[in-house]
Design a protein around this ligand. Structure first.
Ligand code: NAD
Length: 244
């Protein structure tokens, strides 16, 4: 299996869950080789590998996915987890910065995932597989300060659903998870700030998620038992946002 953005946060927890379940894991990173190698050496089981790419670079994605499939002897699971979440409030962002934020966010969170799926589908078409995309509650609830992020995750949900239909005839199931706040490097600053208590209070459990709670759902979606969940988007937000 291959998980993008796996050197830390949710991706790291996903890599750990799959290794604990007996899978061989391709740990993808962009510029964190030492962290990725440390994780590779710490994971239970044998044969884990480290692969590198900027997921916003289509050629790099292709080389990364093909390289992982070759070194693992095939590819049965892809988890698109790498993503960026940077503020760009509409009235406080210059037009030039606005362009940059939209390009970078869509190139990474949406087109990067679409490209990885294009590549992975070619390795799965003969023997089936599972693709899980890490989306976000923000796709449904809105992201007023990170507008491109919300749009990228809404796009990722649509990509998930279209791919679920397109790839089902090949035994490939495609699904997504949509976490609310998860305690990771991406959110630590927000959680430690004055807003931290308010963020925790968004959930009636009065806490945010742990990365391993997200990883458990991703692991299940990638299991043989989850074929019938293809096309679904699982909310993992501690009842902090109920969509209808
Ligand atoms: P994180 O910042 O710890 O991890 C994101 C990873 O993506 C990092 O390892 C980063 O290097 C990698 N990445 C970013 N841009 C990349 C690029 N161009 N090429 C290659 N790798 C790149 O954050 P996280 O919280 O673990 O987030 C993982 C995923 O979960 C993201 O898609 C994020 O949007 C999603 N998510 C997170 C939360 C949360 O509260 N933490 C909530 C909902 C969804």
């Amino acid at each position: 299996m291959l998980v993008t953005g796996a050197s830390r946060g949710i991706g790291r927890a996903v890599a750990t869950a799959f290794a604990e379940g007996g899978d061989r894991v391709a740990i993808h990173h962009r510029g964190s080789a030492p962290l990725a190698e440390q994780l590779r050496d710490a994971l239970p089981g044998e044969g884990h590998i480290v692969v590198q790419a900027d997921v916003a670079d289509p050629d790099a994605v292709r080389a990364m996915v093909d390289g992982a499939a070759e070194r693992l002897g095939g590819l049965d699971v892809l988890v698109n987890n790498a993503g960026v979440y940077t503020p760009h409030p509409v009235l406080e962002t210059s037009y030039e910065q606005w362009q940059q934020q939209w390009r970078r966010t869509l190139d990474t969170n949406l087109i990067g995932a679409a490209n990885a799926i294009w590549c992975a589908a070619r390795h799965m078409r003969e023997r089936g597989g599972r693709i899980v995309n890490v989306s976000s509650r923000g796709a449904f609830r809105g992201e007023p300060g990170q507008v491109a992020y919300g749009a990228s995750k809404a796009g990722l949900n649509s990509l998930t659903q279209s791919m679920a239909v397109a790839l089902a005839p090949y035994g490939i199931a495609v699904a997504a998870v949509a976490p609310g706040y998860v305690e990771t490097d991406m959110t630590n600053e927000h959680l430690k700030s004055e807003r931290g208590a308010d963020i925790r209070a968004q959930s009636p459990f009065n806490r945010v998620a742990r990365a391993d709670e997200i990883a458990a759902a991703v692991h299940w979606l990638a299991s043989p038992a989850a074929e019938w969940a293809s096309g679904t988007i699982i909310d993992l937000n501690g009842a902090s946002y109920l969509r209808t």
